[in-house]
Design a protein around this ligand. Structure first.
Ligand SMILES: *[C@@H]1O[C@H](CO)[C@@H](O)[C@H](O)[C@H]1NC(C)=O
Ligand SMILES: *[C@@H]1O[C@H](CO)[C@@H](O)[C@H](O)[C@H]1NC(C)=O
Ligand SMILES: *[C@@H]1O[C@H](CO)[C@@H](O)[C@H](O)[C@H]1NC(C)=O
Length: 363
């Protein structure tokens, strides 16, 4: 997550230490000092909603339940349809890809998926066999999110994943969309099928980082969607941004097939690790509301650092990381891709010295 363009502009310089290539993730600060109201309507619901909440272990409001369910599985989405809140596009039976996250691959591990980057500590590409060893530790996660197509990562992860796992792919460089699609197509045709692809994203936090306007993001998505359709892929296409970028730029809601947003409670500063899950759920609600209830919401990154500086009441430690992950899994795991599989020693320390230390499976 990069610095929001709203706050702490003086910290922007910190990011420049990261390697120029495959630095998907320079800063992880979320601007929560926003002018957007955080008010949330709590309407605990009917019997149908209660069942839904129990099924997904979601604690929250009607809108959140619908939003979470929509990004979760078919049964929950169907249950949401039966409640007083009808979420457009939340049913698997809804037409087209617009507005709906695909319904599949909910993990046994309590979260929908996990992010993975295939780089050694010195920033070089991990070998195919090292990637296979890593993936063998991620079998609890139904979705593996990648950020780029370099290092043969699509091909290597495609070969190493289990048959039931699906990939959330990323075309990181928006000036290389056609090449990215070609690389993905080649990997899919060699060692998988388009059914293995949960979603293809283009760009990561472009609006949050001030690197693109919302209409540019729309053009990137259209370009990727056209090339992917020509290549044989008909699933969702999105651009990932931070929750706060979407809330502050709701026209972003127009472009992605569903809202794919990163949200890290650590950078809220006022949220303890134990409360990470309810905080993430609140951000899901806010994004859902910002988009007028028209788009499903999937958290594409949420985690907690095991090392680094204390920031307000947010204290990095392995125990707190585990507490935060448990909280997220219990509250909104079915709508969350956890960040991240292993510590990213190839990254710069980043703000508050936490950037390397989000690895859930690292010591
Ligand atoms: C991947 O595809 C290549 C080329 O078709 C093939 O030789 C190889 O056996 C495949 N590997 C796996 C693990 O499917
Ligand atoms: C895009 O979003 C804005 C703000 O939410 C909305 O007013 C507008 O109608 C949308 N445009 C399209 C083409 O959907
Ligand atoms: C944390 O709470 C304090 C006191 O209410 C507030 O001034 C600060 O802006 C909050 N921080 C964030 C990131 O919201």
């Amino acid at each position: 997550m990069r610095l929001s363009n709203l706050v702490t502009l003086s910290l922007l310089g910190v990011s420049s230490a990261a390697p120029a290539h495959h630095h998907e993730h320079i800063e992880k600060r979320d601007a929560v000092t926003t002018t957007v109201s955080t008010q949330v309507t709590v309407t605990m619901g009917t019997g149908a909603q209660t069942g839904l909440l129990q099924e997904d272990a979601v604690v929250g409001t009607t809108a959140a339940a619908a939003a979470v369910a929509a990004a979760a599985d078919t049964t929950a989405a169907a249950a949401a349809q039966g409640t007083t809140t009808t979420l457009a596009g939340s049913s698997s039976a809804s037409s087209g890809s617009s507005g709906s996250a695909p319904s599949s691959a909910v993990s046994a591990g309590g979260a929908k998926g996990i992010t993975y980057s295939p780089y050694a500590a010195d920033g070089t590409c991990k070998s195919a066999s090292d990637v296979a060893s890593d993936l063998a530790q991620l079998t609890d996660y139904g979705i593996i999110r990648l950020y780029g197509v370099d290092c043969s990562q699509v091909e290597n992860v495609m070969k190493a994943k289990s048959s039931s796992q699906k990939l959330f792919l990323g075309i990181y460089y928006v000036d290389q969309i056609a090449d990215g699609v070609s690389t993905i197509k080649a990997a899919v045709e060699a060692n998988g099928s388009w059914d293995d692809i949960y979603t293809v994203s283009v760009g990561n936090e472009l609006v949050n980082g001030g690197e693109a306007t919302t209409s540019q993001v729309g053009a990137y998505i259209d370009s990727a969607r056209s090339a992917l359709t020509a290549a044989g892929y008909t699933g969702p296409v999105v651009s990932v941004d931070t929750f706060i970028a979407v809330i502050n730029n709701p026209d972003l809601c127009n472009y992605s097939d569903y809202m794919a947003v990163n949200a890290h409670a650590y950078f809220d500063e006022n949220t303890t690790a134990e409360n990470a899950g309810p905080w993430v759920l609140e951000q899901i609600q806010r994004v859902w509301t910002a988009c007028g209830g028209a788009k499903d919401v999937l958290i594409t990154e949420s985690g907690w650092p095991s090392q680094g500086n204390t920031y307000g009441v947010a204290v990095p430690s392995k125990a707190n990381q585990q507490a935060a992950i448990s909280s997220i899994e219990e509250t909104c795991g079915s709508a969350t891709i956890l960040f991240t599989a292993f510590n990213d020693y190839w990254k710069a320390d980043g703000a508050y010295g936490v950037e390397k230390y989000f690895g859930i499976l690292s010591n």
